[in-house]
Ligand binder design. Structure first.
Ligand SMILES: [Zn+2]
Length: 82
């Protein structure tokens, strides 16, 4: 394997690690989280966290990405190709 191929492979691995870390962060409610469906308005991410019957249930609440109902991170998570 050439030095260039090694560098390309290392960059790919780093990217995969970053994507994993980012995905893990998206599974925890952020500081912007909103607790009630009544607080949901246009332009905020409505990605749900937890069980709707549980008091800790909340929505992401971050700024939505373009016309989507989710922030950029959750849009990516939600629309990821299977
Ligand atoms: Zn979100």
């Amino acid at each position: 394997m050439t030095a260039r191929e090694l560098a390309v492979q290392a960059a790919r691995e780093l990217q995969a690690i970053e994507a994993e870390l980012e995905a893990a962060a998206l599974l925890e409610p952020p500081a912007t989280a909103i607790r009630s469906v009544l607080e949901l308005r246009n332009g905020v991410c409505r990605y749900p966290f937890g069980d709707p019957r549980h008091p800790s249930f909340c929505f992401c609440g971050a700024e939505a990405f373009r016309a989507l109902p989710y922030c950029a991170g959750h849009a990516r998570l939600s629309y990821r190709p299977a």
